[in-house]
Design a protein. Structure first.
Length: 160
C-alpha cells in the first residue's frame, strides 16, 4: 500500500518545482516588459533618411523616406544618415556658404556629394549643428539624354 506515500512524494516534488520556477518566471516577465517599452525611454535612435530627387519636363519633385510633410525642408537629427538619389541624370548636392551639417567617418565636414543617375550617396549629420539650424543646399542635375544642367535649392533643418 505504497500508493499514499508515492502520491505525497509526487505532490511535494511538484510543489517544489513550481516554487523553484516562480522566481525565474517573474524575472523573465520583468525582462520582457523592459524590451517592450516604447522608444520614449531610449535615447535618440539614429535613422537613415533618403531624399529622392526627380526632374522631368521642367518640374522638380522631392520625396523623403521615411515620409515627411515637406521634403523641401527635410528634418533630421544629429547622428542621422542622409542619402540622396536621382534617376533623372547625374546629380550633385552642394552646401552653400561653407556651412554643412554633413561629416565623414572622421568628423570632417562634407560640403559636396555627387552620383551617377540612379546612384545613392550620403553622409552622417554631425554633432556640431544646433537645434533648428537650417542648411540651404543646391541640387544640380545633368539630365539623362543631354540638355543644360538644372539647379534647385531645398533645405535641411536640424531637429532636437
Amino acid at each position: 500500500m505504497n500508493n499514499p506515500v508515492s502520491r505525497r512524494i509526487l505532490f511535494k516534488t511538484a510543489i517544489a518545482l513550481v516554487a523553484l520556477a516562480l522566481p525565474s518566471a517573474a524575472w523573465s516577465q520583468a525582462a520582457s516588459d523592459l524590451t517592450a517599452r516604447p522608444l520614449a525611454d531610449k535615447p535618440h535612435e539614429k535613422k537613415t533618411h533618403t531624399i529622392t530627387i526627380s526632374y522631368a519636363d521642367g518640374v522638380w519633385n522631392y520625396s523623403v523616406y521615411p515620409a515627411q510633410a515637406n521634403p523641401l525642408k527635410t528634418k533630421v537629427k544629429r547622428g542621422d544618415t542622409l542619402n540622396w538619389i536621382c534617376s533623372d541624370g547625374r546629380w550633385t548636392v552642394f552646401f552653400k556658404n561653407g556651412a554643412t551639417p554633413l561629416v565623414d567617418e572622421n568628423g570632417n565636414p562634407i560640403s559636396t556629394l555627387n552620383g551617377a543617375s540612379g546612384t545613392a550617396r550620403g553622409a552622417t549629420i554631425g554633432a556640431k549643428p544646433k537645434d533648428h539650424d537650417s542648411f540651404s543646399y543646391g541640387v544640380r542635375v545633368e539630365p539623362n539624354g543631354g540638355g543644360e544642367p538644372v539647379v534647385d535649392d531645398p533645405e535641411i533643418i536640424i531637429e532636437s
